[in-house]
Design a protein around this ligand. Structure first.
Ligand code: PMP
Length: 304
């Protein structure tokens, strides 16, 4: 990732990609205390446009507030930086990574006087779970490791260190031949994927876990709104692993994963073992909306 052409927005300036470096004693590198976002820009009829940019920037600031980290820019500066990262790299569509991290002024957990740095990088990134996965569904495995408990870390924050847990779960799933992990909460109820929220469909009704331990996903909120506008009932509730096994359909949502059908969980086919009709309908609508092909929600697109 480090060795490529282009520019990265770094503390208020666009710097050459290869020069966007930091010291090995960078505090966040040691303890994981930092916040970030995952944002996408899509090719639209009016050129590249960032999808739900204000919502992502708001969540970045909320995450920082939870961690007690003071971002030295206002939201409009971060929005501008995000647009610039896409525009100045001449990207038609992009995955965008804003991140705020502590500098190398001091080491140790008591460190004081740490500077907060901000970067925004953007690059081309296709379907996170593969084109085939997006069309035909992916194989998922329940992780032996749980999603964070609310009194162990703060699940509303999209914080760097929290992803160690996600990576352990994902690696376990991948080593068992699956594409993604499903994490349960500490009581054994379904929480989310390693980087996605989950929905199931049963008898035409959609269900998704509440947000006690899962991240408050922007794609999740988008899908809830689009489903309601289609007249599909969406219920937020506790879901058990076996409810997923016997669902008619299941799918993940996320900025990176977009809308990805789940065809199998723990070796059990879900529904017909392929993308279901409700999933397909919402997936199609989601892609129409993010690309500005639908007249609905053009307010969600910010041209770069
Ligand atoms: N859960 C986790 C743990 C995530 O990392 C993500 C990706 N940000 C999501 C859910 C989905 O969130 P969003 O739709 O906002 O990308």
């Amino acid at each position: 990732m480090a060795d490529r052409d282009g520019v990265i927005w770094y503390d208020g300036k666009l710097v050459p990609w290869r020069e966007a470096t930091t010291h090995v004693l960078t505090h966040t590198l040691h303890y994981g205390m930092g916040v970030f976002e995952g944002v996408r820009a899509y090719k639209s009829t009016k050129g590249p446009a960032v999808f739900r940019l204000p919502a992502h920037t708001d969540r970045l600031f909320r995450s920082a507030h939870i961690l007690g980290m003071k971002i030295p820019y206002d939201k409009s500066a971060i929005n501008e930086a995000t647009r610039a990262a896409v525009r100045e790299n001449k990207l038609e569509s992009a995955y965008i990574r804003p991140m705020c991290f502590y500098g190398s002024e001091a080491m140790g957990l008591r460190a004081e006087g740490l500077k907060v740095h901000v970067i925004v990088a953007a690059w081309s990134w296709g379907a996170y779970l593969g084109e085939d996965g997006q069309k035909n569904g992916i194989k998922v495995r329940t992780a032996s490791i749980n999603r964070h408990h609310v009194n162990i870390t703060m699940c509303r924050a999209k914080a760097n260190g929290q992803y160690m847990n996600s990576m352990l779960a994902l690696r376990e799933a991948q080593s068992a031949g699956c594409d993604e992990a499903l994490l349960l909460d500490v009581e054994g109820f379904v929480s989310e994927g390693s980087g996605e929220n989950i929905f199931i469909v049963r008898d035409g009704v959609m269900y998704t876990p509440d947000l006690t331990s899962a991240l408050d996903g922007i794609t999740r909120a988008t899908i809830v709104q689009l489903a309601s506008e289609l007249g599909i009932k969406v219920v937020e509730k506790r879901i058990t692993r076996d409810e997923v096994y016997i669902a008619d359909e299941a799918f993940f949502t996320g900025t990176a994963a977009e809308v990805t059908p789940i065809r199998e969980l723990d070796g059990r086919a879900i529904g017909k073992g392929t993308r279901g009709p409700v999933t397909e309908k919402l997936q199609t609508l989601y892609f129409d909306v993010v690309h500005g092909r639908s007249h609905q929600h053009l307010e969600w697109l910010t041209p770069v």
